[in-house]
Design a protein around this ligand. Sequence first.
Ligand code: ATP
Ligand code: MG
Length: 276
Amino acid sequence: MTTNGMAAGPGRPPHPVAEAAYVAIRRVGKSYGSLKGAVHALDGIDLDIRGGEFVSILGPSGCGKSTLLKCIAGLEKPTSGQIDIQGKPLNGPPDRLGMVFQRDVLLDWRTVLDNVLITAEFAHIPTASVRERALQLLWRFGLKGYEDRHPWELSGGMRQRAAICRALLCDPDLLLMDEPFGALDAMTRDDLNLELARIWQDTRKTVAFVTHGIAEAIFLSDRVVMMDRNPGRIIEVIDIDLPRPRHLAIRETSEFAHYVGHIRQLFTSLGLLKDG
Ligand SMILES: Nc1ncnc2c1ncn2[C@@H]1O[C@H](COP(=O)(O)OP(=O)(O)OP(=O)(O)O)[C@@H](O)[C@H]1O
Ligand SMILES: [Mg+2]
């Protein structure tokens, strides 16, 4: 039985997720100072993300999703509580981390390929040794022919795809993605959802994925974490017991619709979504 009371779907393969927590978040709070007083971006966040698990974080604007991701990345320090990565207290960005920021933060003076290769430079890995991998990633994400362009010559969606390649270059164990597909049209988004699902299926990285898209969260995830704001907090976590590998047609099934309905109902009851 799952946390939302649904039975596992028929034909579901053995659960791929290792039981040990890769990321353990304990009573984490984060406040920012502002001219109007403190902003309680996060309050009492308790969450384990298991090794090899794909977790989505879903919630309204301002509920602290980016803040939570930055805390896991060691880029923001929680005001209270603790985050452990593989059993060790987090103290700065963890090893083998890949991060896709909400804004793509590409360097405009570097080519697309050189933007991707920067990950190797930071890790003191010779860029020549990963150049082929960088090209393969760019091609896989539909950027063949754009390797030598500059970011300002690309569309917003293309820039974001380059940023995903940059995060994947050094084969991270922990991948943190902050609304990576938010700026994309629906068709490109579907393509990239499939590509990400394939990459996850092949590599079983531990992923925390922030999104506003209910269907996207369900399609990609083992679990969906739902948050509310003021203060930013977790209101429910549901297991997504749908078989893998998943194809887009799964979105037409009654099981999928059931999850969508459950999440919509929760956000509607909190006044975060309108019903009609
Ligand atoms: N550096 C900062 N200084 C002050 N307040 C901040 C800072 N970063 C975030 N906040 C505040 O913390 C709260 C949570 O912000 P955060 O960016 O984590 O939300 P979010 O859920 O990612 O929102 P969105 O969906 O719009 O990206 C907001 O009220 C925001 O104004
Ligand atoms: Mg955000």
